[in-house]
Write a protein that binds this ligand. Structure first.
Ligand code: AP5
Length: 214
């Protein structure tokens, strides 16, 4: 099953992705994680992506679509994948749906996480991320057991550069202008399940599981 995990920055996409992938036995494709891996490795793509990410803007469609297309052809994606943070524009959605159709596949569900902007700003400015494995925490709602150390891999847990308040506001504006309208494109094409994302993490998870079962 192919599933799109849709929602604004900080809605909880990364937090919910592990459980969804476990339930459906599909790999997690996060375009943001792919860019951060390139940033960490200092690749040319990473340098290019940084110039957009640091300003809260979208990386150009041609770059993102090439990355996703080359990931989707890997063997672990043959039975479906969870797309987290992709598509973010209508051209990205068109590319995804055309590729899936060419494989005789279709998007089985769109999980649309809805959270108010004020909550998103509080979440993102309090978010901390593991430099090694990418696990996310929150200073109040979901702190690591040991301050500054990842529970999973003991890597350093720090604030992402694009989680500064000014960049968070720019990201929310980009979402409102460029990504939120994609939902209208997706709605007639796939089952969209809107989930109230401003609940406890476990409750959001169980609402998603119920939506996927239904
Ligand atoms: P990306 O990494 O995809 O960032 P994002 O969409 O802005 O999403 P986030 O990772 O910030 O948030 P999330 O929804 O995963 O929330 P999380 O679970 O961490 O993209 C980064 C950048 O890359 C983009 O700005 C863009 O420049 C570029 N990019 C990526 N994809 C692109 C594309 N397709 N096209 C073009 N450019 C692209 O949760 C946030 C915090 O809240 C955490 O601390 C968490 O612990 C906490 N939390 C989660 N759920 C709850 C809850 N229910 N209650 C309380 N706290 C919670």
């Amino acid at each position: 099953m192919d599933v799109i995990l849709f929602g604004p920055p900080g809605a909880g996409k990364g937090t919910q992705a592990t459980a969804i992938c476990g339930t459906l036995s599909i790999p997690h494709i996060s375009t943001g994680d792919i860019f951060r891996k390139h940033l960490k490795e200092g690749t040319e793509l990473g340098q290019l992506a940084r110039s957009f990410i640091d300003k809260g803007q979208l990386v150009p469609d041609s770059v993102v679509c090439d990355i996703v297309a080359s990931r989707l052809v890997e063997t672990d994606c043959a039975g479906g994948a969870l797309l987290d943070g992709f598509p973010r524009t209508v051209p990205q959605a068109e590319m995804l749906y055309a590729w899936l159709e060419s494989q005789g596949r279709q998007v089985g569900a769109v999980i649309n996480l809805q959270v108010d902007d004020a909550v998103l700003v509080a979440r993102l400015s309090g978010r901390r991320t593991c430099l090694s494995c990418g696990a996310t925490y929150h200073v109040e709602h979901n702190p690591p057991a040991e301050n500054g150390k990842c529970d999973r891999c003991e890597g350093d847990v720090v604030q992402r550069k694009d989680d500064s308040e000014d960049t968070v506001r720019a990201r929310l504006q980009t979402y409102a202008n460029e990504t939120a309208p994609v939902l209208a494109w997706l709605t007639p094409r796939s089952p969209v399940h809107s989930i109230h994302g401003n609940q406890a993490i476990n409750q959001v998870q169980s609402d998603i599981e119920e939506a996927l079962r239904g």
